[in-house]
Design a protein around this ligand. Structure first.
Ligand code: IPM
Ligand code: MG
Length: 372
């Protein structure tokens, strides 16, 4: 298959983790005879530095003329600590999501058997957890009218949703549940918010078209608690933009590290794949960033184009790396030798030689003695 992939590494650790995902995709292309073409462009703080625009026109044009976008991370502390900044890196990401019509953000959350003891939650609670979060991505409070009074003392952000905006993501969530454990949980705040009551009405109607799928409802405050108390109760979680942002970071604790969580953002025409973690400025260039979320985002990209065997191979490589503890310090604090690119090299190597025990790889890269 021929795919034009726009690479937007962005800020902080974005470039280093994206490089590892590209390595994995190039290995897949060579093993399966695909033609993946990568073209890189700037987004976020780096684009502000260069062009005074977090999403330059050339970047947006590149995304629109590509089959898929592989995104790294954006953000820089100089903007986080300056509430008066008019231009912010995050605006680039939000505009990109809106311009590409990426209304559904899918965030899988899984407890890896080899990492059960890495989570601060008890093993019994998280073992077997397998959740797919469907977060609405182009509406709600993120995109509603924003106002600040002239004296700067009153501010407001409008949370607005329309029926079609809810219907289109609800259909995707129900379709996904049909292939999984047949359950959708709508997370909202319908006891307080009018917009949440609209979500309940519309989602209840959509559910009628999927009789094999059970629909239940949870208020977001309760859902936040249930995510910690009993995450296994969830299959597909459907929710609006900001609740999805919050609950997915919370859910990442189940996997043992936010550095493992990938995501796919899809619309009617375009698709983008990105780790859910941020730019982690303190780690930039140190080789300690976990590339797995980016590599798994690349696997989601392959799935999106029905290259499921290829995606599975990447996932098998990730699982093998976790099993062999070829992992960055967020999940393997004992090892200071395993860098971001060593994890990437291992997974690349696995793609080329999935049957190999990889002992050789470990010996060469980790400087261990060869016992042959
Ligand atoms: C995410 C991030 C973004 C969001 C930020 C960087 C704007 O937290 O993708 O979850 O809030 O959507
Ligand atoms: Mg977030």
């Amino acid at each position: 298959m021929k795919l034009k992939i726009a690479l937007l590494p962005g800020d902080g650790i974005g470039p280093e983790v994206t490089n590892q995902a590209v390595k994995a995709l190039k290995a897949i292309a060579s093993e399966y005879d695909h033609n993946f073409q990568f073209t890189q462009a700037d987004v976020g703080a780096i684009a502000i530095d260069k062009f005074n625009d977090p999403l330059p026109k050339e970047t947006l044009d590149l995304c629109k003329s590509s089959d898929a976008v592989l995104f790294g991370a954006i953000g820089h502390p100089k903007y986080d600590n300056d509430p008066s900044a008019k231009v912010r890196p995050e605006q680039g990401l939000l505009k990109l999501r809106k311009e590409l019509g990426l209304f559904a953000n899918i965030r899988p959350v899984k407890a890896y058997p080899t990492l059960l003891n890495k989570s601060p939650l008890k093993k019994d609670i998280i073992e077997g957890t397998d959740i797919s979060i469907y977060r609405e991505l182009t509406g709600g409070i993120y995109f509603g009218k924003k106002e600040l009074s002239d004296d700067g003392n009153i501010a407001s952000d409008l949370c607005e949703y329309s029926r079609p905006e809810i219907e289109r993501i609800a259909h995707l969530a129900f379709k996904s549940a049909q292939t999984r454990n047949h359950k959708v949980t709508l997370v909202d705040k319908a006891n307080v918010l009018e917009s949440s009551r609209l979500w309940r009405r519309v989602v209840t109607e959509v559910a009628k078209g999927y009789p094999q799928v059970t629909l239940d409802f949870l208020f977001v405050d309760n859902a936040a608690m249930q995510m910690i108390l009993n995450p296994k109760q969830f299959d597909v979680i459907l929710t609006e933009n900001m609740f999805g942002d919050i609950i997915s970071d919370e859910a990442s604790v189940i996997g043992g590290s936010i550095g493992l969580l990938a995501s796919a953002s899809v619309g009617d025409k375009y698709s983008m794949f990105e780790p859910i973690h941020g730019s982690f400025p303190q780690a930039t260039g140190k080789g300690i960033a976990n590339p797995i979320a980016s590599i798994l985002s690349a696997a989601m990209l392959l799935d999106h184009f029905n290259l499921n065997t290829e995606a599975e191979l990447i996932r098998a490589g990730v699982e093998k790396s976790l099993k062999l503890k070829i992992s960055t310090p967020d999940i393997n604090p004992a090892s200071d030798k395993v860098t971001t690119s060593i994890v990437g090299d291992f997974i690349e190597d696995f793609i080329f030689n999935p049957k190999d025990t990889n002992l050789n790889f470990m010996n060469i890269h980790l400087g261990q003695s060869t016992i042959i």
